[in-house]
Write a protein that binds this ligand. Structure first.
Ligand code: ATP
Length: 627
């Protein structure tokens, strides 16, 4: 199976559908108020109660301070009354502790909810990635996808932390303080404080929205840089073969450069934001303090009131200062989350029909009925292909490279749906049954085997994860890989490296054969299963494949015709059409394309054998001379 990458530059942000921030927040809500987890809902309620309690106490603290100051300031009425400010000051200290404790409790109780949301969203996105079609995955690049998920989950944590421990508490505090100022002093104080806050918030929101475009550009170039780095490292050997390290570095650097440009713009625009915020607060504080000083001078306010106003302003503006950066960061995090939730919105191209039943497998007859298919409507790949693999029989498909052979196997696995015609297994259209039951019935040994970066044992066991070690060993023996594995220093526990690159092509293919043997499906698909093996091992494996295939429906895709001579029927595929069909003998008798291919391959293999014999003779001679 050949892997095709979209050659156009990848869509950098995995899904840059621009949903609004509210939509993103709405998408997050079900995870914060999970239907099936009442204990988490309870935690949400309790932690909110603590939040309110903490704020109530915080707002009461300056009132205690005011009374303490006023009683200190009162004319000395006797030594006994000194107990009043002391009690007030003690209450003040206690209130501060209680407020802090409530805040911490809120955080601790909410932690489970936040982490549940992070885990669930990451898991749902990951599951969805597997639901999306091969077409989606060939067009996107893995580096960008994993980056979007990573940034998205980090974003959730941040938004929750900021919203629940900063924005919401500060808003509650603003309302409470406004009310208290109004009640205890006069409406003008409340008005001046609120006006300052309003101006601050408006400035922050307007400027932050304007700056979001830079953040989005930063994300896009960051994803691009990441995908380029991953792709380049995955192609490590190719880079070396062509000495293209410089070229790779330039490609990476160009993505880094655009990241740099947008990051700098983001930083400089921040200076505007900060300066404006600072100015608004300074003006607001000055006005309110002047008003308070004037009140004290006129005698309408006590020194305690002056301290009260001052404490409230400091208490409010400090988190407000933080509110600016919190809003900014929340906005950024929402942009990050937007990409992740956008991925969740991507439609799975191949889906199960509603209430699709499982495949009812009897003998495993596979039929392609007038199948026409195109990856891109402008270029048909298969044209009206019809054939039948009777249960337990084998059909081989041969033909030039690019004729559409592997496409047949992708269609049988339902990675794509046919454009016209149908594919059936035991008479059931594969579009009408569940994908899981379809794929459980078929086993493939692909052209290029990619392994998981884990142990040989894990990779063989992947065919049936609940298999016993003895079953795994038997499968490995059948695939002629057991002896090789036990000969390795770490045996079955040997790590195979990224994509299995520490094994040779032939070894990887044998691991793939072993895991398909372990899966023991009714329908087998060999996509040039032995192409990476030398003639000797190929013969050995052919024998075991034949053994495995006994009684199973088998579709073989092959280049080397010598491997398919025994097939019950051989189809010659040319430019997506079946041009010849019959047994090996029939096709030779037809003296057509197959006969010509056979002739050519026979001559080539004879030439190879002669070469091998001469090589062996020369080696033998050299050995004799050496003795
Ligand atoms: P080979 O023997 O070299 O593996 P094949 O007969 O198996 O070739 P296929 O892999 O089936 O060929 O490909 C058939 C045609 O479809 C090729 O021309 C290929 O370029 C095209 N093709 C394959 N995959 C895709 C894809 N995902 N998107 C677009 N075109 C594709």
């Amino acid at each position: 199976m050949r892997q095709f990458r979209d050659q156009s530059p990848p869509a950098p942000n995995a899904a840059s559908s621009q949903r609004g921030d509210w939509q993103t927040v709405r998408a997050l809500m079900p995870y914060l108020w999970p239907q099936n987890r009442p204990e988490l809902r309870f935690r949400v309620v309790v932690s909110m109660a603590f939040l309110l309690a903490a704020k109530g106490v915080t707002v009461a603290v300056p009132v205690l301070l005011k009374h303490a100051v006023d009683s200190l300031n009162a004319p000395a009425l006797g030594v006994g009354l000194a107990a009043v400010p002391v009690a007030l000051l003690l209450a003040y200290g206690l209130a501060r502790i209680v407020s802090l404790a409530f805040k911490e409790l809120q955080g601790a109780i909410f932690a489970n909810v936040a982490h549940y949301a992070i885990r669930e969203t990451a898991l749902q996105t990951f599951k969805h990635m597997h639901r999306l079609s091969l077409r989606f995955h060939l067009e996107r690049q893995t580096g960008g996808l994993s980056r979007a998920i990573e940034r998205g989950t980090r974003g959730i944590e941040f938004v929750l932390r900021m919203a629940l421990f900063n924005i919401v508490p500060t808003m509650i505090e603003i309302v409470l303080v406004g009310g208290l100022l109004w009640a205890m002093l006069n409406g003008w104080f409340a008005l001046a404080t609120m006006a300052t806050i309003a101006a601050y918030v408006v400035w922050t929101v307007v400027l932050t929205n304007w700056r979001t475009r830079y953040r989005r550009a930063m994300n896009e170039s960051d994803s691009r840089a990441h995908t380029k780095a991953i792709d380049s490292l995955l192609n490590y050997e190719t880079v070396k073969y062509f000495g293209n390290e410089g070229h790779e570095a330039r490609r990476f650097d160009s993505a880094l450069e655009s990241f740099e440009t947008s990051a700098i713009k983001s930083k400089t625009s921040l200076a505007w934001l900060n300066t404006g915020q600072g100015t608004i607060i300074a003006i607001g504080v000055t006005i309110v303090m002047l008003m308070a000083a004037n009140g004290v001078r006129e005698g309408s306010m006590t020194v305690g009131d002056f301290v009260l106003v001052n404490t409230y302003l400091l208490q409010l503006y400090l988190p407000l200062n933080f509110l600016g950066s919190a809003y900014r960061e929340i906005k950024h995090s929402l942009t990050d989350m937007e990409a992740m939730f956008g991925l969740l919105d991507a439609d799975a191209e191949i889906t199960d029909a509603p209430n699709a039943p499982d495949l009812t497998l009897s003998a495993g007859e596979v039929a392609f009925n007038g199948v026409t298919f195109a990856y891109d409507p402008r270029r048909p790949v298969l044209k009206d292909v019809s054939f039948r693999v009777p249960a337990g029989k084998s059909v081989a498909i041969v033909g030039a490279s690019g004729a559409g052979k592997s496409t047949l196997s992708r269609l049988l696995f339902r990675f794509y749906d046919v454009s016209a015609g149908s594919i059936t297994i035991d008479g059931q259209d594969i579009r009408a049954i569940s994908q899981s039951s379809l794929r459980a019935a078929i086993g493939i040994v692909p052209q290029d085997t990619v392994l998981f970066n884990d142990t040989v044992y894990y990779n063989v066991a992947y065919g049936r994860p609940d298999a016993t070690p003895a079953e795994i060993e038997t499968a490995a023996k059948l695939a002629k890989i057991h002896d090789f594995i036990v000969g390795l220093p770490d045996g079955y526990q040997t790590m195979v490296g990224e994509r299995g690159l520490k094994l040779s092509g032939g070894e990887k293919q044998r691991v793939a054969i072993a895991r398909t043997i372990l899966k023991a499906p009714q329908v087998l698909l060999f996509d040039e299963a032995t192409s990476a093996l030398d003639t000797h091992t190929e013969k050995e494996i052919q024998a075991s494949l034949k053994e495995v295939a006994t009684g199973r429906t088998t579709l073989m895709i092959a280049h080397r015709l010598s491997t398919v001579v025994d097939a019950d029927e051989i189809l010659v595929l040319d430019h997506g059409e079946i041009t010849e069909r019959g047994t090996h003998a029939d096709l030779l008798a037809q003296s057509g394309q197959y006969a010509t291919m056979w002739q050519r391959q026979q001559e080539a293999s004879e030439a190879m054998e002669t070469l091998e014999r001469t090589g062996e003779a020369r080696e033998a001679l050299a050995a004799e001379v050496a003795e």
